[in-house]
Ligand binder design. Structure first.
Ligand code: SR1
Ligand code: MG
Length: 402
């Protein structure tokens, strides 16, 4: 039966599973177990011993950062499903899933004890440039290879069936990302009264409300691929390497079949938020955004080229028409990306779940100025999404607000 495992119970649980215990070390009493919960929802422990270590993640019956907000436990099962479904496409860009327990709603994954959360590494200046190349490849591969461009439609039908029950977390996204910040909600958090006039203007702008509505429709009615669903800089871990950083995507519990631009937009939105909160990192974030878009599109086109005729969508293409069809498809992904990027920037500024990047602002005035700028950037991206064609167009909306 379900129970939340505190450290002693967790030690006993792992000791009873020889394949897991074998990865940690022979003497359970000597294992070091530390709670490292960092996200909004779950409890996470790192366990290490003389042989190595594992990471244990368990669903809580509520939102971790707000115990009064009750939550079903099944998110751990969807995260395990996402990892199983995606691992064949992305290999070691994700940690390995070692074990899942459907009764305890618990996962055990490869330990990334030597890695840092990307958001933290950006804040401390420890993120070596180039990590966005891996994220671009991750999104292209995880989204394309499961799509109906790459495989018979029955494949996607099976995926839809597997993930359509992830309604509790899809509800969080629909409400917290795509509705509350634009309509107003008691869950929103407006840190500074100085922001209220601008928030009022945004929430009473019929065009912005309509743009948010169009994004809701895309999110719920365009199952182009299996999305990670929460691809912000807190869902990415990295460790410096000799020639390039080792980059891993974690936390796939928000998995949802939806528009590919959602994963792209969340990632770019979080790079932009960091640039806005920490102007010293702006040039680096711009370069990372460009690298992400370039790697994503190059990989997506290459995969499509290699899979022509294997899926049931655009299955009749001849070599001459392929580039045009790809251009049109990717233009649609860019439009979605810009819109979701804008919504993410706005919701991380005035919605329920903020980002710690704003803590880098040296004064309250700088923080209010950064948040004001973020709201303007988010609005421009959402309202002008259809006109954003090039990599530079994305960042122009970020720069134009300085
Ligand atoms: C109640 S959960 C709030 C946010 O945390 C997660 O990481 C997602 O981003 C969600 O929107
Ligand atoms: Mg998370």
């Amino acid at each position: 039966a379900y129970r939340t495992l505190a450290i002693p119970a967790l030690r006993a649980y792992l000791a009873e599973h020889p394949t897991l215990a074998g990865r940690i070390g022979p003497d359970p009493a000597s294992w070091q177990i530390a709670e490292v919960s960092d996200g909004n929802l779950n409890s996470v422990h790192l366990v290490s011993g003389s042989v190595g270590g594992v990471c244990v993640k368990q669903s809580l019956p509520h939102v971790r950062v707000d115990p009064s907000w009750k939550m079903p436990l099944d998110r751990a099962l969807y995260e395990a499903r996402y990892m199983r479904e995606t691992a064949p496409f992305v290999g070691d860009m994700m940690p390995a899933l070692l074990h899942d327990d459907p009764a305890l709603y618990l996962l055990v994954v490869e330990s990334l004890a030597g890695h840092a959360v990307l958001r933290t590494a950006l804040a401390t200046g420890d993120a070596a440039p180039g990590f966005s190349g891996t994220i671009g490849r991750f999104v292209a591969r995880s989204c394309f290879l499961g799509s109906t461009l790459a495989a018979p439609f029955e494949n996607m039908a099976r995926r839809l069936e597997k993930f359509s029950g992830n309604t509790a977390l899809t509800r969080i996204t629909v409400d917290l990302v795509l509705t509350d910040p634009f309509g107003g909600s008691s869950r929103n958090r407006i840190d500074h009264p100085e922001l209220e006039p601008l928030v009022g203007t945004l929430q009473s702008d019929p065009r912005l409300r309509a743009a948010a509505g169009a994004l809701q429709e895309r999110f719920l009615c365009a199952p182009q691929g299996l999305l990670h669903g929460d691809l912000h800089t807190g869902s990415i871990m990295l460790r410096a390497g000799a020639d390039r950083p080792d980059v891993r995507v974690i936390d796939g519990e928000f998995a949802h079949c939806g528009p590919i631009g959602f994963d792209c937009g969340l990632y770019l939105g979080n790079l932009a938020l960091h640039a806005i909160a920490n102007p010293a990192a702006s040039a680096m974030m711009q370069a990372e955004a460009a690298l992400f878009l370039k790697t994503f599109e190059t990989e997506f086109r290459r995969l499509w080229q290699d899979h022509v005729g294997q899926g049931d969508m655009h299955s009749l293409l001849t070599p001459g028409t392929l580039p045009d069809v790809m251009d049109r498809y990717l233009a649609g992904v860019r439009r979605d990306t810009a819109g979701f990027m804008g919504a993410e920037i706005i919701r991380r500024t005035i919605g329920f779940a903020h980002v710690s990047d704003y803590d880098l602002c040296p004064t309250t005035e700088a923080r209010i100025a950064a948040m004001t700028r973020a709201l303007r950037v988010g609005r421009a991206l959402m309202l002008e999404a259809g006109t954003i064609k090039t990599d530079a167009d994305f960042w122009h909306r970020v720069d134009a607000s300085t």
